[in-house]
Design a binder for this molecule. Structure first.
Ligand SMILES: CC1=C(/C=C/C(C)=C/C=C/C(C)=C/C=C/C=C(C)/C=C/C=C(C)/C=C/C2=C(C)CCCC2(C)C)C(C)(C)CCC1
Ligand SMILES: [Fe+2]
Length: 286
């Protein structure tokens, strides 16, 4: 499937399921501000400042920003996956799972990944293909070495389950075209696990808290972030000629989606990280 087709397939699931897992961040802000006895407005202000600083960094150093975004994503995905991996696996195993949405597409579909990176960095895709291939195979080697180390430290009874999970998720991420693979992992694995962890934690304080209540609490920030994304898209498109708009809509769309996610990832990943190490919040994590 070409990138334009993939883009239209993933747009709605990313906006609805993917975006709303971060839209639930105000719940974490309230929990953390209560635990740390500081005002929610301060946390919210910090969230917005981090977003603004990230935008400035992307404009200043796009390549470094992309590399940082990919590393931060792997850490953030790993921190959630770690909670759901089979029992008696070392915590490093989270990295094996959290890095799959990056390593999988780079190894499985380097040409399309290079085209996506090229749009993000405003460079020629052909120049990036060899780089993506080398980086992809290098990361795969490191991934294999980490897997061997993790298997040695995993209890014998849990090894088959761990290998099965990594095999299924990794196989899908290698085989699926990159945007479809990313949307599958982001929506069905990462967001789902985030919601499950959040529901379990909330239920410790309010047993009646359910998925509908979670959706209601996540809706305002989710809509707010979608409006910000639409404004960014409109800003990018303004001023272009009709012909240029037609040629560039996909590149602009990819920039808004992935740079937009990068801007949200910085405060979101830090907030989730803090929430997980806060004793009050993490008590209920499965
Ligand atoms: C609270 C709040 C809010 C909201 C928020 C939100 C809504 C959030 C969200 C968040 C989120 C939602 C997050 C996310 C994350 C994501 C991630 C972490 C991603 C990653 C990615 C990746 C890793 C990718 C890769 C790639 C590329 C880039 C290209 C090629 C292919 C591939 C796939 C490889 C607002 C602003 C309104 C206001 C303030 C407060
Ligand atoms: Fe997340």
């Amino acid at each position: 499937m070409d990138l334009a087709g993939q883009f239209w397939v993933v747009l709605l699931p990313i906006a609805v399921f993917g975006m709303s897992h971060g839209g639930a961040d105000p719940i974490l802000i309230r929990a953390l501000s209560a635990t740390k006895r500081s005002s929610s407005a301060l946390w919210l202000g910090g969230y917005l400042i981090l977003m603004a600083l990230t935008v400035a960094f992307i404009v200043w150093q796009p390549t470094l920003a992309l590399v940082g975004f990919l590393c931060l994503s792997a850490w953030h995905f790993a921190s959630t996956d770690r909670l759901f991996l089979p029992a008696q696996t070392p915590s490093l195993a989270g990295w094996l799972s959290g890095s799959l949405p990056i390593v999988g597409p780079m190894v499985g579909h380097p040409e399309q990944v290079a085209a996506l990176f090229a749009w993000l960095l405003q460079q020629q895709a052909s120049a990036l293909v060899p780089l993506v291939k080398i980086a992809g195979y290098g990361l795969l080697l490191a991934w294999g070495a980490l897997l061997a180390g993790v298997l040695v430290k995993t209890a014998r009874d849990s090894r088959a389950a761990l290998l099965m999970e990594l095999g299924i998720v990794g196989g899908l991420l290698l085989a699926l075209p990159p945007l479809l693979g990313f949307a599958f992992y982001f929506c069905a694995v990462h967001s789902m696990r985030h919601f499950l962890a959040l529901l379990a934690a909330q239920r410790c304080q309010q047993p009646a808290f359910n998925a509908a209540a979670l959706a209601r609490r996540a809706a305002p920030a989710t809509l707010g972030a979608i409006v910000l994304g639409l404004l960014a898209w409109w800003g990018l498109q303004r001023g272009g000629t009709y012909a240029a708009l037609q040629a560039d809509w996909l590149a602009d769309g990819v920039r808004v989606v992935f740079w937009g996610l990068a801007v949200l990832t910085v405060p979101h990943a830090l907030l989730v990280g803090l929430w997980m190490v806060s004793p009050k919040a993490s008590r209920a994590i499965p």
